[in-house]
Ligand binder design. Structure first.
Ligand SMILES: C[S@@+](CC[C@H](N)C(=O)[O-])C[C@H]1O[C@@H](n2cnc3c(N)ncnc32)[C@H](O)[C@@H]1O
Length: 264
């Protein structure tokens, strides 16, 4: 009960302070263009229809998986025996955000993308289908989930995904042997503050000026919100955007250090 009230308070705080939906009042051309051409972009690409079709199929699926939970756990799904339809509804990235991730990859063209938390593979597919020249490395702790995601990748005939199965901290050093520069990171699993900060510092070792990191569920708990505040205040982070569901950080030194709560 306390958790629910505290979450609602954070949500209303965001609602009252979020601005710049259309880029008004933004002086930075970089951010203005990002808001206008990525956040607000209405166009759809053909590949997005395949992801959307798959997502709808998953929402109707009666199959079940026995899930090994490595993360902070679900607030709703408590049993290890979970329906695919429930995982798709409660854990998978929502279309509004998977479409945004797709557009971000189209716009910034990152070569190396790392995802922590594959789940059914909706986010992974959004990255991989957005730019066939990007290589997507994705980590999932639960073997059954990882295996299920791999079938989805085959279904959509996607070749630019490399999957890793195991605990994030155990898999990260293995994944990091694959590339020198991390262009884009999507941290979407184990929503605990300390763990999230740890993934941030690990990813930072491979980051460069043009890297972009996206954190999911930044207001999921007080603990996560505190971690997010530490991340956006980190001296290497120049621009940070709070969209409530996700937080985005940029490291570009040409940008002056600013934090925005953006209506999305
Ligand atoms: C919110 S879901 C990811 C959603 C996915 N990114 C998408 O686009 O639909 C989080 C996933 O991270 C996995 N996970 C959580 N903590 C983990 C950990 N410490 N190590 C490995 N996997 C973990 C869970 O099994 C779960 O499948």
């Amino acid at each position: 009960m306390f958790q629910k009230i505290s979450f609602l308070l954070r949500f209303f705080q965001y609602k009252f302070s979020a601005r710049h939906a259309r880029g008004h009042g933004i002086h930075s051309p970089f951010l203005y263009n990002f808001i206008r051409n990525v956040l607000n972009e209405q166009g759809r690409w053909y590949a997005q229809n395949s992801i959307s079709k798959l997502y709808k199929q998953l929402l109707k699926s009666t199959e079940t998986l026995t899930v090994t939970d490595f993360g902070a756990g679900s607030k709703i799904m408590k049993s290890p025996e979970r329906k695919i339809s429930d995982i798709a509804y409660f854990s998978a990235v929502r279309p509004k955000y998977s479409e945004l991730l797709f557009r971000m990859v189209k716009y910034f063209e990152p070569k190396t993308i790392l995802e922590l938390g594959t789940s059914l593979g909706i986010g992974t597919l959004s990255f991989a289908l957005s730019n066939s020249k990007s290589m997507v490395y994705t980590i999932e702790g639960c073997p059954e989930t990882s295996n299920f995601a791999s079938k989805n990748f085959k279904k959509l005939n996607v070749k630019n995904i490399e999957q890793f199965t195991g605990e994030f901290s155990e898999q990260l050093p293995i994944v990091f042997q694959k590339f020198d520069n991390l262009d884009f990171a999507y941290i979407d699993g184990n929503h605990r503050g300390a763990a999230t900060l740890n993934y941030f510092y690990e990813c930072l070792k491979k980051a460069h000026e043009k890297s972009i990191f996206v954190f999911d569920d930044i207001h999921w708990s007080v603990d996560m919100q505190q971690a997010w505040n530490q991340i956006n205040r980190h001296p290497q982070v120049t621009l940070s955007l709070d969209l409530f569901q996700i937080g985005i950080v940029f490291f570009n030194k040409e940008l002056s250090k600013q934090h925005f709560i953006v209506k999305y």
